[in-house]
Design a binder for this molecule. Structure first.
Ligand SMILES: [Zn+2]
Length: 504
């Protein structure tokens, strides 16, 4: 009997200890009402990585901030270290404005949540992580964060709070500007190459382009300054190369100061305040609403921040106020990535004690928005020998009232030959073009379902053009080049005819 009661007591004790240690484990990762300084933020990311090492990977952007702080990213995926064929990549960027901090803290909580729920076998989170590669950059401007906090501490009555951590928990910071910019006092969200300007200029030319303006981006970085005539900053350069290099499909940039989901374009021709729609306007509206409609208050607000009222909790960027040199339009115009900007609340640096309710307001929308990475179509572009074709152009035409309407924003295939095209529901003709291959068109009906694990698969196997056809095209290209570059088109024509008359 005594023996049995000892066993029973030990059983209760061990069970209690297991429960206690697992609870401690959970709490250790992050403190609910705390604002994390840079060192604490990096430590949280490390702890999450240690806890979930099989589904996370940590890396830094190639350059550090002006004050030498790392721009650290945590990745979630079932194969977190590399791009998996046909698995789309997603990113969240927080704290680009150093004193706008909700995104920074929510991304830490999101990372903890993804890690913990994956371990808890939460089916939705497992599906999301196994089918998406998710990059979280909690702070793009850690120097600004430190400056905002130092400014607030220096302007706090002595003795009001026992330390900085208590000040942040009880009152956050309240200055509207201090810490917004980087350590060189440059606003990073005005510091990206102004690709809108190229796009509007090209609009008046025959060879209009509004995508993959990467050469224009490099040229701007090499020779120019930003819209406000400031030099390009190290944080901007780091983010620029990140955007150009990684095969991101969808992204959001998290800010504070309003409560709204903002979508491209952020700028208009001549920088006027007006609705400035991109060719993907209906898609961007849907993406913005995917966030606002699942947020606790974004759609129900009544003039919440002394700014405009936003129907449905969404706005076109330039219709609200034009932004020149912003990161959102840069993503869309330079890469395959579609980015939106979410303003997560009126207070820029809310008291830490409000963070749990902010997490509660945004949790569902943060998850729901990541699912949108799987809208539309995706697939492989191969040749008949099964080689992947890099940089093929994917053109989209949508059937509207029995007419095919070109959505004038092409995407391209990645280095491994996979491509992703976010699309709203509809019937489409998808055309794939790659030099040396016959153009191929396929028709597809897109019907997106909530939380679908994959976009609709649509592969293309391209046939090589005959050598004669390739040569003829080359000849015509040369001719047009001569005409374009010549002051004497008639002379070019003469040379061309001479050139063409030679029998091969
Ligand atoms: Zn901002």
């Amino acid at each position: 009997m005594i023996q049995q009661s000892i066993y029973f007591r030990n059983f209760i004790l061990i069970t209690f200890l297991i429960v206690l240690t697992s609870c401690q484990d959970y709490n250790e990762l992050i403190e609910n009402e705390k604002h994390h300084n840079t060192d604490e933020m990096l430590a949280v990311l490390d702890r999450i990585h240690q806890r979930c090492s099989d589904i996370t990977h940590i890396y830094d952007l190639p350059l550090k901030s002006v004050e030498n702080r790392p721009l650290r990213v945590i990745v979630f995926s079932d194969h977190p270290k590399y791009h998996e064929l046909l698995e789309p990549e997603f990113k969240y960027v927080g704290n680009m404005h150093g004193n706008e901090v909700t995104g920074r803290e929510l991304l830490l909580r999101l990372a903890e949540y993804l890690c913990q729920e994956y371990r808890n076998d939460n089916e939705e989170i497992k599906n999301l992580i196994e089918n998406t590669r998710i990059h979280l950059l909690p702070s793009m401007n850690p120097d600004g964060w430190e400056a905002a906090v130092q400014y607030a501490w220096n302007h706090t009555k002595s003795g009001q709070f026992k330390d900085i951590s208590t000040m942040l928990k009880e009152s956050g910071t309240t200055d509207w500007i201090a810490g917004r910019s980087n350590a060189n006092n440059i606003d990073l969200n005005r510091n990206f190459p102004n690709l809108d300007e190229f796009m509007y200029e090209y609009k008046h030319n025959a060879n209009y382009r509004n995508n993959h303006l990467d050469i224009e981006a490099f040229l701007s970085l090499l020779v120019g300054n930003d819209c406000q005539n400031n030099s390009y900053q190290i944080e901007t350069l780091a983010a620029t190369f990140w955007i150009l290099k990684k095969p991101f499909v969808l992204s959001a940039n998290l800010h504070n100061g309003a409560l709204v989901a903002n979508y491209p374009y952020d700028d208009s021709e001549n920088h006027r305040r007006m609705y400035s729609s991109s060719p993907d306007d209906p898609l961007f509206q849907l993406l913005a609403e995917s966030y606002s409609s699942t947020h606790k208050t974004m759609q129900s607000q009544q003039k919440s921040c002394d700014t405009d009222v936003f129907p449905e909790g969404i706005t076109n960027g330039a219709a609200w106020y034009p932004v020149c040199g912003g990161m959102q339009d840069f993503n869309y115009l330079a890469s395959n990535c579609f980015e939106l900007t979410f303003e997560l609340g009126c207070k820029k640096f809310p008291p830490g004690k409000e963070l749990p309710s902010l997490w509660n307001d945004n949790k569902k929308s943060l998850i729901n928005f990541m699912w949108q990475t799987h809208l539309g179509i995706k697939g492989l572009i191969l040749n008949e020998e099964d080689d992947m074709i890099y940089d093929a152009t994917i053109k989209v035409n949508r059937l509207i009232n029995n007419d095919w309407e070109y959505i004038d924003h092409d995407v391209t295939s990645n280095i491994e030959g996979d491509y992703y095209r976010l699309l709203i529901d509809g019937t489409y003709a998808i055309q794939v073009i790659s030099p040396g291959y016959e153009i191929q068109t396929q028709y597809v009906h897109v019907h997106n379902k909530p939380n679908q694990k994959s976009a609709k698969r649509l592969d293309f196997i391209l046939q090589r053009k005959s050598t004669r056809r390739v040569n003829l095209e080359q000849i015509f290209r040369k001719f047009f080049k001569m005409v374009r570059s010549s002051l004497f088109p008639s002379l070019s024509l003469k040379y061309f005819l001479l050139f063409f008359s030679i029998n091969y």
